[in-house]
Write a protein that binds this ligand. Structure first.
Ligand code: SAM
Length: 321
């Protein structure tokens, strides 16, 4: 039943398409709706009275929970103002896990604090038994001197050889700033942001749904990581760009494991995979112990030919006595 929607961009309205998707069928939903901030989209008018906007949001949020599998999760990206309403709606139907802070500078609004983060709500359909994988990101280093930015409380020797576990504050993923790197779309998200979410919440072969696909970020992340996608998008030009980019997407692997890259370096990897690919280094006491052990073994090898006959003689004496 779900097959006819899978690996397709469904052209048209979000509510119309969602109503046809079976309940409990999708592994993960990610939504990045219009923010009602008068952004200049191709066709959508991003300016509605607040009450109308929120009533519309309630409809698609409720639908997203309905179509998600009991093991699945729902992620919603927006500015904090709208997320406070979304959380209240989602609390009625799903289970709060995290408010992820995505540290990404926006424009000064005047007479307010400078908005410097977007929020990503993370909800699950059920309180337990949902899919979740811890993610590791590389340790942050100074661009000039290449030394670590954190001192890890003087326990550098115990640092994970690849990187630290990701928290609910993401400071290592940047918005797309340069026009050469972006599509003709006012709010395109970086692919590695979506790849982190996909790695965190789904397995290869799972189905990821994005009801506001834009120029295809979520579908590209899903395909690169061996997942299936369903995208809904109103605008024909965005659909066209998305389809073109999805067709060019190739798998994102490192030594047979799905990972997310940024500028040629691994940006996100599952902890379970990192354990295999980057085994932990020895701590200082372990290193000391292994050095002492190594020295003892060396000594044993050296003394063996000399000591052995003496020991044997002694043993013989004892046995005779
Ligand atoms: C914030 S953008 C999503 C950008 C996307 N995350 C990306 O990285 O490209 C919101 C998108 O929702 C689309 N949209 C607006 N209203 C819609 C509706 N009723 N049904 C489907 N899509 C809609 C807009 O055309 C726009 O591309």
């Amino acid at each position: 039943m779900l097959e006819r929607f899978v690996d397709r961009i469904l052209p048209g309205d979000v509510l119309e398409h969602l109503s046809k998707i079976p309940s409990d069928s999708v592994d993960m939903c990610f939504a990045d709706p219009p923010f009602n901030l008068e952004k200049k989209y191709n066709s959508y008018k991003d300016q509605r009275p607040d009450e109308e906007y929120l009533a519309w949001c309630r409809d698609w949020l409720t639908e997203l929970v309905r179509v998600t599998k009991p093991t699945g999760s729902i992620f919603i990206h927006n500015i904090p103002k709208w997320l406070t309403y979304y959380a209240a709606i989602l609390n009625e139907h799903a289970y709060f896990k995290h408010w992820i802070v995505w540290d990404a500078m926006s424009n000064p609004l005047g007479k307010t604090l400078l908005p410097a983060h977007y929020g990503i709500l993370f909800y699950t359909k059920q309180p337990k038994g949902f899919k979740f994988y811890e993610i590791r990101a590389p340790h942050r280093k100074c661009r000039v001197c290449d030394s670590y930015l954190k001192d890890y409380g003087g326990k550098k020797d115990q640092m994970h050889p690849f990187g630290a576990l990701v928290s609910d504050v993401w400071t290592d993923i940047y918005r797309i700033r340069h026009n050469v790197r972006r599509d003709e779309h006012p709010c395109q998200l970086p692919i590695h942001l979506l790849e982190r979410i996909v790695l965190m919440s789904t397995d290869a072969g799972d189905v990821v749904l994005d009801p506001f696909l834009g120029t295809g970020t979520t579908a590209i992340a899903a395909k690169a990581l061996g997942r299936h996608y369903i995208g809904i998008e109103l605008d024909p030009e965005y659909q066209r760009i998305a389809a073109q980019k999805i067709a060019q997407t190739t798998p994102s692997f490192y030594q047979g494991v799905y990972v997310s890259y940024y500028l040629g370096k691994i940006q996100s990897i599952r902890d379970v995979d990192a354990r295999e690919l980057f085994p932990p280094q020895l701590t200082a006491p372990e290193k000391k112990r292994s050095k002492v052990k190594g020295r003892m073994e060396e000594a044993e090898i050296l003394v063996e030919p000399v000591l052995q006959p003496v020991l044997l003689e002694k043993q013989a004496e004892y046995t005779l006595a």
